[in-house]
Design a protein around this ligand. Structure first.
Ligand code: PLP
Length: 397
């Protein structure tokens, strides 16, 4: 998680003094434009659009991709509820797909869940763990599916040398308080597809038809909503972007050190990773649920059993499982081509993995020796007795 401090504070002062707080409130050359240009350069992607949050980025990405009523979109069983909720907001229905031990969407289960109604896959790079993008892109191309990457929890992470979010057709990022770039609320869409970008821009700004920036878009205007970001967000984002790669470097070094200590001295099984040499997300997998509970209880700082973060597990997504929309006649489930399987056991394999897995914080804001010391101490609790109860900490989203 990125730190926010004096530099962000100093960056927003001139924006406030200028009185030009919104993108279209007196010139389009402000901090947002600079951030988008720098983000494109840093992520090697053609287009970046800043929006108000990551959920908005996902919705705009889906709408821009032409996803809508009666379409099915494959989402992993382990993600923040916003991934599945964004699909509903676009008028389509989410189809639950198992994860594997990398804690990301299982390509084998993707293939099993494809139907004639499937239009898109949303691989989610959860907690900086990157998806198997080679397999996902191959499956998508074979079946003519759109890939919308949810990189909200992995801003800046790489898969085989490329930033996640830039590998699929379109990517979504979150810059909320708990993310690698952190400004409280914020998000971005990236894509190399100019047509998709024009549609995302149109959708995110209900006033786009009056701005003139659609003149060359070759896209008939449609009515969007308002998902715009402010120049104050832009000013903070410029500072945060400069902190991103140094932070990723610190995470890389801590991953190597902590993973080595845990697997060698504590004999813990470090979870598999789809690009181990660039890993910045660490988890350990136990044989039984009780062992995972005991390990988390003995190490309340920096360790949590993944299943205890229940809001990220599909079986806790009540409004989706109960298929309820704000208005019954606007419910995407009413247009779906078939009844959806949201039974509590729809992805039993995912539940089993999540119950036996603990995530380890890499402590990127702590000195490396401290993290090594903590990793060695974790090993000492390895055979501690199982606690009678396990608390559910609040990890945010
Ligand atoms: C995987 C995932 N997708 C989407 C989102 C939505 O981002 P935001 O909170 O910025 O709307 C989050 C945020 O927590 C997330 O973790």
């Amino acid at each position: 998680m990125a730190r926010v401090g004096l530099r962000e504070w100093l960056a927003i002062a001139p924006v406030i003094a200028s009185g030009r707080l919104s993108r279209y409130g007196g010139g389009q050359d402000g901090p947002l434009a600079r951030f988008e240009a720098d983000f494109c350069a840093a992520f090697d992607v053609r287009n970046t659009l800043t929006v108000c949050n990551g959920t908005a980025a996902l919705i705009a990405a889906l709408v821009a991709s032409g996803i809508g009523p009666s379409d099915e979109v494959l989402v992993p069983a382990y993600t923040w509820i916003a991934t599945a909720g964004a699909v509903l907001a676009a008028g389509a229905v989410p189809v639950l797909v198992d994860i594997d031990e990398t804690l990301t969407i299982d390509p084998f289960d993707i293939e099993r869940k494809i139907t004639p109604q499937t239009r898109a896959i949303i691989p989610v790079h959860m907690a900086n763990m990157v998806c198997d993008m080679d397999s996902i892109m191959r499956i998508a191309r074979e079946h003519g599916l759109i890939v919308v990457e949810d990189a909200c929890q992995a801003v800046g992470a790489t898969y085989k040398g490329r930033r996640v979010g830039t590998i699929g057709d379109v990517g979504a990022f979150s810059f909320n308080q708990f993310k690698n770039i952190s400004i409280g609320e914020g998000g971005a869409i990236v894509t190399n597809d100019d047509h998709l970008f024009a549609r995302a821009r149109m959708y995110h700004d209900i006033g786009s038809v009056f701005r003139g920036h659609l003149d060359n878009a070759n896209e008939p205007p449609f009515c969007g909503v308002n998902l715009k970001a402010s120049q104050i967000q832009g000013a903070m984002l410029n500072v945060q972007l400069s902190k991103l790669d140094p932070m990723i470097d610190r995470m890389r070094r801590r991953y190597d050190a902590v993973a080595t200590i845990l697997s060698s001295t504590a004999d813990l099984r470090v979870g598999p990773h789809n690009d181990r040499s660039n890993a910045i997300g660490l988890h350990v997998i136990f044989d039984t649920e009780k062992e995972a509970q005991a390990f988390a209880a003995e190490n309340p700082r920096g360790v949590h059993r993944v299943h205890d973060s229940s809001r990220h597990v599909y079986s806790f997504w009540k409004p989706i499982l109960e298929q309820r929309a704000a208005h019954p006649r606007m419910s995407p489930f009413a247009w779906a081509a078939r009844p959806m399987d949201y039974s509590p056991n729809a992805c039993a394999r995912s539940l089993d993995i999540l119950r036996r897995t603990c995530r380890i914080s890499l402590g990127e804001n702590y000195p490396l020796p401290v993290m090594k010391f903590l990793a060695r101490r974790m090993g000492r609790h390895r055979n501690a007795p199982v606690h009678a109860y396990v608390t559910t900490p609040d990890y945010g989203t």
